[in-house]
Design a protein around this ligand. Structure first.
Ligand code: EPZ
Length: 484
């Protein structure tokens, strides 16, 4: 087993593991009645336009990608959300210097001092495993905690590991850590031909980054084609990497000796945009979204039009929802350009009030139907059979207290609350904050009646729905942005 000289692994892991759960900022460490909740008064129609933030799943991969560069880089359009903050903490723990101003993040990874990512941070966010590729190819060694499973599935990293081994890395997993180093006397990873058994987004990104500084050519076949993979490739190319074919199922990378500084702007978040398209459809409201890249939303737009909602492209980067009577349809989640699994829950909330029966099949993650029970609490009629949900449309949903179980499930419950009669209370907001940049602030700007209530504000706000003199909305929203 390979162990960095100055770290006693087992003791380090044990302490960290125990501490992380008890650390005061771990959301689940707060007693339930101290966790913020979201109160939603449904049936308000929305209007106006909403600004879409930078893409979370691009930002996380690109932030791992800065480790490839021994110069300073500037990232623009970086969303403000908990997962991005966690990735910043991981980069800082590895010795990267960061300076954040709003949506701009200046990074300096010229002197990364560590090849080991901290357990307590990585264990809270799977995407941090993406640092293994850049660390290994830049330093020749990397130790990253094995990201455990999460609410939506086991989520192994075997494809990442096998790809790195094909590029000449020795990889062993011990005590919950993945230790990787360049085999033998070579100092660099070697180009290789890698066929992915499944077009995994994460594995494609890890191997593409590892290949940028490897010796020779790497071909990744059956690669993921998601827009976030292409955005990461464009970022690496802006630093001087030689990558072609990103966005297709075959990516070719010719390794280079080093990468240089760049100033890069992250693409808009297609999943946040998709969530707002559904917000318009489910509340029967006409709203506009910008900036967006309509092509990235093609499968989502196609399904909305099948359901009866028109999506109009008012400008190359602007979409408008024109609501209509909702009809049932069937959905099967697939790797891009198929229907995104990250939009499955939001569409289930929509189809819950569509005319007729819909079948939703989740094929990407094995445990991503946990929002069904919560939607049924709101009067939906959904049955689960294996990885299929049979949705029998009902005339309306009714407000109820519900619990979010994962990131996209939390968004679905917020959307259901907007459409429901009466008041909905959403708990488990730490899921929402992980992946949405001020969702409720943006929704309330569109006219939604909702309020985040923290224990402090609970007592005073109890009686007053939004719009009454002592409404506390402004206070709640300010608690969202971690950087203030
Ligand atoms: C990315 O996760 C996204 N996360 C996910 O978004 C998204 O749902 C997913 O891609 C699919 O589009 C980020 O980019 C940070 P995968 P990732 O590797 O890379 C199996 C959200 O809501 N698999 O494409 O982890 C795996 O178990 C999140 O924003 C292996 O078996 O997804 C899963 O069933 C949730 N072995 C399937 O492939 C591996 O080594 C797809 O996973 C890797 C993956």
């Amino acid at each position: 087993m390979y162990v960095p000289k100055n770290i006693k692994i087992s003791q380090y892991l044990e302490d960290k593991a125990i501490n992380s759960l008890h650390s005061s900022n771990h959301p689940l460490s707060q007693p339930e009645d101290e966790q913020p909740i979201l109160q939603i008064w449904g049936r308000a129609s929305l209007e106006g336009e909403v600004r879409i933030s930078g893409a979370k799943n691009s930002a996380l991969a690109i932030m791992a990608g800065v480790l490839l560069c021994s110069d300073e880089c500037r990232l623009q359009n970086v969303p403000i959300l908990v997962d991005v903050t966690r990735m910043e903490q991981i980069l800082e723990a590895l010795g990267v210097k960061l300076n954040r101003q709003g949506n701009i993040l200046d990074v300096d990874a010229s002197n990364i001092g560590k090849s080991q990512a901290p357990y307590d941070l990585v264990s809270q966010m799977r995407a941090s495993f993406f640092v293994i590729g850049p660390l290994l190819t830049r330093l020749g060694v990397a130790s990253v905690p094995l990201p455990g499973g999460c609410a939506i599935g086991a989520r192994p990293v075997d494809l990442h590991v096998r790809g790195l081994q094909a590029m000449g890395a020795d990889v062993c997993i011990e005590h919950g850590m993945v230790h990787a180093c360049v085999r033998g006397r070579r100092s660099r990873l070697q180009g290789a031909k890698i066929y992915l058994d499944y077009p995994s987004v994460g594995a494609t990104e890890t191997l593409m980054m590892a290949a940028t500084l490897a010796e020779g050519e790497t071909i990744i076949e059956n690669a993921a084609q998601e827009p976030e993979v292409e955005d990461l490739a464009n970022f690496c190319r802006a630093m001087g990497a030689q990558i072609s074919g990103a966005g297709t199922n075959t990516i070719l990378i010719s390794g280079v000796d080093r990468l240089h500084e760049t100033d890069y702007s992250i693409i808009p978040d297609r999943i946040e945009a998709g969530t707002f398209l559904v917000a318009g459809a489910i509340t029967d409201s006409e709203i506009s979204l910008y900036p967006v890249i309509p092509e990235h939303l093609a499968p989502v737009i196609a399904k909305l039009q099948e359901i009866g909602t028109q999506i109009v492209t008012d400008a190359p980067n602007r979409l408008r929802v024109v609501p209509g009577a909702l009809r049932a349809t069937d959905i099967e989640t697939l790797p891009y350009p198929g229907f995104p699994t990250d939009m499955q829950a939001q569409f289930m909330a929509l189809l819950a009030i569509a005319e007729g029966n819909s079948v939703i099949s989740e094929t990407v993650f094995e445990n991503r139907l946990r929002h069904v029970a919560e939607l049924n609490r709101m009067g939906a009629d959904i049955r689960v059979k294996g990885n299929h949900a049979i949705v029998k449309g009902v005339p309306r949903l009714l407000g109820a207290p519900v619990m979010a179980t994962d990131l996209r499930a939390s968004a679905a419950l917020v959307l259901a609350g907007l459409a429901a009669e009466g008041k909905t209370i959403v708990q488990g907001l730490h899921h929402l904050d992980r992946g949405y940049d001020n969702l409720e602030g943006k929704l309330s700007q569109l006219g939604a009646k909702l309020r985040r209530v923290t224990p402090q504000t609970q007592t005073s706000a109890k009686s007053s729905p939004i719009g009454q003199p002592n409404s506390q909305l402004s206070v709640c929203t300010s608690q969202l942005s971690p950087h203030q």
